[in-house]
Design a protein around this ligand. Structure first.
Ligand code: ADP
Length: 623
């Protein structure tokens, strides 16, 4: 509970800081909305009183009618204007919230980002943005303030109703003037409000539970929706493998889970809702009768009867709205707490304070010292007791079978994960001690699963919107993308992919890799890391790229992971990984002489190429 209140206060402050106009506009809108129905109630009552009066004053009657029409018109305009303004402000808050979630996600440690719990938190927060959390809190405040204003006016009218005394000394007049009526009124009012609060809190708990139950299936259903139709790139496999049936089945399963949790919740809530509704209606009828009796015994005129009965409806609605809104606010506290939990997720990397001095770029050495690493949730380590050193100017090749730990090795080097055992050192200092942002600037990378954004080509190369066009064009040229660039009429401004633009250009796998390599060249960091950067390129293009890369990394450090061992020839040293361990290390010649794993892999690939070559010449002879 304390956590919810804390979240509540933080949310109010957040909104006030983010968009200072929100709270005053909420207050004004709510007050206007609540007061608006009373214009009609009070002025109609006055008009009716005037009509039924024996000393009817036509001038006053006309004035009241004109006042009613004018006030209703002006009131309606003001309510509409404020309501639309508030809606606009709420969208602004929502956009900023969305932004804050994304910014937090970008700044989060990579390990946390891979955590399914964080993924679910992000999905849930963005899914509920308008219905729950901070934006909903503004709507709730609007309703609560409105309810309070309405109750306030109604209380004033209620006091007036009880204060108006029936004339005469008849039995009926004495009865309606008796103090037991206000006492009964208060008692009934207190009881029905208490019941409403109790049933509302049950409802609130049930709703929250229901929403928790349907959170996971809802998020998964959304992902599936994207996979099925929203992202056209994924549509290929769906069609070729006729996966529609399987996807639809899974989608239906998820929808059934969502509907099931709703059905279950509804059955248990229905009874309390019916009783609460019944109580407020009985209360309304009682006040109706009481005001009617007072009119009969001459406490006030027919016009006032209209005013008091109108007031009863507003009073009842105000009470129900207040109780429901307080319930919703309590429930919403959990969503606010979810949001702040996400925002408060602490980065481990944030603690490091040591700057990466510029001199380090001039002369550096990395050392893996007995490094062992297990992925979160994995059964066993992906890397075991890895020890090796490499320094500026060295070109290191990392080879090994699939799953032997090559990519994990570079992920640790780039500090996307921290090892559980051992240390990675840069110039003798544990990399965990360096400022994370500065440490990351040390690397230019091309990962296997590089990502090309649906932005312009130039933005993809520079990873920013304000970039040097000359450098970007040169990087593309050096990455072997030059001929393709020259076919693009809009050059660097060519929009990639068709997600947002009809004339967006699709890239082949090889072209995409070249753009990723160009991004790596553009960054011009001291150390290049390339994880199978040429997997989608043919052997000629690969040789060409490696040659260009070699020129670029002259004097810098570089690590290459490649499945084609022939590409590693030019590297000064080769690290051979096997099943999470560093099995061998040495130059190409040394490793061949040792006749170990590298030698085996080399011979296997050489055999494959020889077979391929003899197959081709055989075919040539036949045709
Ligand atoms: P390589 O690059 O040599 O093909 P990886 O370093 O990608 O191998 O993977 C090494 C091992 O770690 C594999 O067994 C793989 O299944 C496992 N692995 C890779 N990424 C993850 C991850 N995010 N979570 C759990 N295990 C992973």
């Amino acid at each position: 509970m304390k956590k919810k209140w804390k979240a509540f206060i933080r949310a109010i402050v957040f909104v006030a800081k983010d968009c200072p106009a929100v709270w005053p506009v909420t207050l004004l809108t709510a007050a206007l909305e609540a007061a608006y129905p009373y214009i009609n109630i009070i002025l109609s009552a006055e008009i009716l009183t005037e009509i039924t009066s024996s000393t009817r004053d036509m001038e006053r009657l006309l004035f009241l009618a004109a006042l009613l029409v004018t006030m209703e018109f002006l009131g309606s305009c003001c309510v509409q204007f404020c309501s639309q303004l508030l809606n606009c402000l709420q969208y602004m808050v929502m956009a900023h919230l969305d932004e804050s979630v994304v910014i937090k996600g970008w700044g989060m440690d990579y390990t946390l980002l891979c955590d399914p719990k964080i993924h679910e938190q992000q999905n849930t927060i963005s899914h509920w943005f308008f219905w729950k959390g901070m934006v909903a809190m503004i709507t709730q405040f609007r309703r609560l303030i409105g309810a309070l204003v309405s109750i306030g006016i109604s209380v004033a009218l209620t006091v007036e109703l009880f204060a108006a005394r029936a004339a005469g000394d008849s039995m009926g007049a004495r009865l309606v003037n008796h103090w037991t009526f206000p006492a009964l009124f208060l008692l009934f009012f207190g009881l029905s409000t208490a019941y409403n609060i109790w049933s509302g809190s049950r409802f609130q708990k049930g709703t929250y539970q229901m929403e928790q139950d349907e959170k996971a299936p809802m998020n998964q259903a959304e992902e599936l929706m994207k996979a099925c139709c929203a992202e056209y790139q994924r549509g290929k496999d769906v069609r070729i493998f006729h996966a529609q049936g399987m996807l639809l089945g899974k989608f239906q399963e998820l929808c059934e889970a969502i509907v099931g949790s709703r059905k279950k919740a509804k059955v248990s809530f229905r009874r309390t809702l019916v009783l609460s509704e019944l109580l407020s209606r009985i209360f309304g009828i009682a006040v109706y009768l009481f005001a009617g009796l007072k009119t009969l015994y001459g406490a006030f005129g027919v016009g006032s009867l209209l005013k008091y009965t109108g007031m009863v409806t507003q009073f009842g609605d105000g009470i129900v709205a207040m109780v429901q809104t307080i319930d919703e606010m309590l429930q919403n506290g959990s969503y606010l707490a979810d949001y702040f939990d996400y925002q408060d997720t602490k980065n481990i990397t944030a603690d490091a304070a040591l700057p990466v001095a510029p001199e380090i770029r001039e002369d550096y050495e990395f050392e893996f010292r007995h490094v062992t690493f297990t992925y979160p949730g994995a059964a066993g380590p992906s890397l075991r007791d890895i020890s090796c050193k490499f320094r500026k100017g060295e070109k290191i090749a990392v080879v090994g079978r699939n799953g032997s730990g090559k990519t994990t090795f570079i992920k640790l080097l780039c500090r996307l994960y921290d090892p559980q055992e051992g240390q990675i050192l840069l110039n003798g200092v544990d990399i965990r001690e360096y400022r994370y942002e500065e440490y990351l600037r040390f690397f230019s990378t091309v990962f296997q699963d590089y990502h090309i954004f649906a932005f312009t080509l130039g933005e993809n190369v520079a990873a920013e919107s304000d970039y040097s066009r000359k450098r970007a064009a040169r990087a593309l040229e050096n990455a072997g993308f030059g001929p393709r660039l020259r076919t693009m009429p809009q050059g660097l401004d060519t929009q990639l992919f068709k997600n947002f633009y009809e004339d967006g250009v699709e890239l082949s796998g090889g072209e995409g890799q070249k753009v990723a390599i160009a991004r790596c060249l553009y960054k011009d960091a001291p150390h290049a890391v390339l994880d199978e950067p040429t997997a989608a390129l043919d052997a000629v293009a690969e040789a060409d790229i490696y040659q260009r890369m070699n020129q670029f990394v002259q004097g810098k450090g570089a690590i290459y992971i490649s499945h084609r061992l022939s590409s590693c020839h030019f590297c000064s040293r080769i690290l051979v990984f096997d099943n999470g361990t560093l099995a061998e290390t040495g130059t190409h010649e040394e490793l061949l002489r040792a006749e170990g794993l590298y030698w085996k892999l080399w011979n296997a690939q050489a055999k494959y190429y020889q077979e391929e070559r003899s197959e081709k010449s055989h075919r040539r002879r036949r045709f």
